[in-house]
Structure formats: structure tokens, C-alpha cells
Design a protein around this ligand. Structure first.
Ligand SMILES: [Cu+2]
Length: 351
């Protein structure tokens, strides 16, 4: 009986198309960015269908010792993205209503997603994730979208809005061709944590290339003061086999291991957590040494759970709140060990 990778088994459990995908996946060599280095160092063979935990462990070690990503060259840093909330610009209508505006530009850009691994990304405003758009419930939102990419794109927002503003091909302005622009306009509702992403086919590719971001609508009365952070869980298929080689929160694997996130003991921590991961059915967030209150989609005021692990499908998101009673270093990571070892892990440094 042929050996199947974990992904092969997952795909094989899906009927028809999934079975074919599993066969293709097993036939295609499944290499990782660090394989060349590993082999140069006298390491293991890492072929198709044999993506074992041991293989990842070897690769992981090489990945971890392979240096750091050049954030300056990328033009963005996961530590800045973490607490960067883009409130846009505002003005008041005669009626007194606030109009909040942003401009998002689709830009094709090469990003170093792991040390020495360059990925031909598609971005909003040159960064992945795109800007974390933040507004208050009831405002009028106006997002100018300029397509500076060589490919057609849109912005599809989650939330409540008219069909013509949904950012899908064939409705409203539809697909925005290279060099074209459009304006999406709708009310900020409902309060909660949402997201936006391109909705042009092939959808998996347009999302996996980097066209997504978090979209926060604050409730009218606001939320309690907190040390707020946004984490967009994502990954990168660097060898085009429809499986990810790199996993992260905010794009760069291990960034929050290399430099832990500083936060204060007893202070309220609020994480806006969004999953946009493509090619894997689920993603998760696990916190060490603590439990958090979980508010699914951030739309309610009563937590659904007091837990240390949540699991999210693509497009699912939620707000996490907790306080650290103890100083020290506490890990957070996906509780799929494979994702963890391929980059999706970090530390909070509590002082
Ligand atoms: Cu697109």
C-alpha cells in the first residue's frame, strides 16, 4: 500500500474531485523552501507523499536557522501590522453623519515570506495582510479601489451591504480590470470583526496570493480599553502545489518568536483573530498558560467560550480577550503541530 501524506489522506476523504487531487498531490514532489539547504547540509530526501513529521522537523530546524526575513525590504513588519489600525480619513455630511474613506490599491509585489524565500504576491497597498480597516457602527464607508495589478481584482467585504457593493464579478462594478478603479460605498454594520478579500476566479489563487485584510466595526459605545492586536492567520504555497509551505499570523512565520510581543501583566489584551488560510480546511489559535474569552465574529457581548483553543474555517474570525496574571514568556500557536512547525507560532513577553 502506498504511503500517503497527511494532506493526501485529508483530500482522499473528500469524494470525486478530492480523490483526484490526492492522486495528483501524491504524484507531485512536495518540496519545501528549505529542502535545498537541508540536502546541501547532507539532510534527508523529502519527496511527494512522504511529508513526515520528521521531515518537517529537519526542515524546520533549517528554516529557523536560515536567518531573518528582511522586513524593511518587504515594506512592512508583522510587529507594526499587529497594532496598526487604519481609521482612514473622515468628514461630516450636513446631516452630521460621518463619512469614512480609504484608498486601497492592488499592487503585484515580491515578498520574502520566509528567510530567502521570495513569493510573487498580489497585495492591497503593498502589504499582507492589507490595511486593517477600522470604523464605527453607523458611519458611511467609502473605499476607493484602484487596480494597479496586472490581473483583474475586486474587494469583497464581509458585513451587511447592497448587492451592487458586494465586490463579486457580474454584480455592480464587477471585476475591476488592470488600470481601472471603482468605489465601494455602504453603511458600517454590523459591529464586529469582519474581513475583506478579492473575489475574482480562480478564487483560491486570488486569496492565497495575498489579497485580504481585517475589517473592524466598533460598536457605537466602543469597547473597553485594551492592548489591541490584529492577527490574520495565513499561509503561502511557495511551490504551487496547492499546499502551504509557510504558515503564520500576519504573514511572516516565526516573527513573534524571533521578537516576542511585549504586553503588560494584568492589562486587558484583545486580539482580533481572522483566518484566511487557503488550501487547509481549518486553522486554530492556542494560548499557553492562560484561557481567554471568545466572542465569535465579535458581534455579541457575551463570550461563547472560556477556553485556550479555538478552531476556525476560512473566513471565520473572532475576538479574544484575557489578562496575564503572571509575568514571563507565553507561547501562542496553531494547535495543528504541522502549522506550528512551519512558522505559525509566537511568544507574548509579559512584564
Ligand atoms: Cu484578485
Amino acid at each position: 500500500m502506498p504511503k500517503l501524506s497527511r494532506r493526501g489522506l485529508l483530500a482522499a476523504s473528500v469524494p470525486a474531485i478530492g480523490g483526484a487531487a490526492a492522486a495528483i498531490h501524491s504524484a507531485v514532489p512536495h518540496t519545501h523552501p528549505w529542502d535545498a539547504e537541508a540536502q546541501a547540509a547532507g539532510g534527508h530526501e523529502h519527496g511527494g507523499g512522504t511529508a513526515t513529521a520528521a521531515g518537517h522537523e529537519d526542515g524546520h530546524a533549517n528554516f529557523r536557522t536560515g536567518g531573518l526575513v528582511n522586513h524593511a525590504a518587504n515594506g512592512f513588519d508583522p510587529h507594526e501590522i499587529l497594532r496598526d489600525f487604519d481609521w482612514g480619513t473622515t468628514r461630516r455630511l450636513a446631516s452630521g453623519r460621518v463619512v469614512r474613506e480609504w484608498e486601497l490599491v492592488a499592487v503585484d509585489k515580491e515578498i520574502e515570506v520566509a528567510p530567502g524565500v521570495r513569493f510573487a504576491a498580489w497585495t492591497y497597498n503593498g502589504r499582507i495582510p492589507g490595511p486593517t480597516l477600522r470604523a464605527r457602527e453607523g458611519e458611511l464607508l467609502r473605499i476607493t479601489f484602484v487596480n494597479g495589478s496586472a490581473h483583474p481584482h475586486t474587494i469583497h467585504f464581509h458585513g451587511i451591504h447592497p448587492a451592487a457593493m458586494d465586490g463579486v464579478p457580474g454584480l455592480g462594478a464587477g471585476q475591476i480590470e488592470p488600470g481601472q478603479r471603482t468605489v465601494y460605498e455602504f453603511d458600517a454594520q454590523p459591529a464586529g470583526l469582519h474581513l475583506y478579500h478579492c473575489h475574482v476566479r480562480p478564487l483560491a489563487e486570488h486569496i492565497a496570493k495575498g489579497l485580504y485584510g481585517a475589517f473592524i466595526i466598533d460598536p457605537e459605545g466602543g469597547r473597553e480599553d485594551a492592548d489591541e492586536m490584529v492577527m490574520v492567520m495565513n499561509g503561502f504555497d511557495t511551490n504551487f502545489d496547492r499546499a502551504n509551505e509557510v504558515y503564520a499570523a500576519n504573514t511572516i512565520g516565526f516573527a513573534y518568536m524571533d521578537t516576542p510581543i511585549a504586553t503588560a501583566r494584568d492589562e486587558l489584551v484583545r486580539v482580533y483573530l481572522v483566518n484566511v488560510l487557503e488550501y487547509d480546511l481549518i486553522n486554530s489559535f492556542h494560548l499557553h498558560g492562560n484561557l481567554f474569552h471568545y466572542f465569535p465574529t465579535g458581534t455579541g457581548t457575551t463570550p461563547s467560550e472560556f477556553t485556550d483553543t479555538v478552531m476556525l474555517c476560512q473566513g471565520q474570525r473572532g475576538i479574544l480577550e484575557w489578562r496575564f496574571p503572571h509575568a514571563g514568556r507565553f507561547m501562542f500557536h496553531a494547535h495543528q503541530s504541522e502549522f506550528t512547525e512551519l512558522g505559525w507560532q509566537g511568544f507574548f513577553e509579559v512584564a
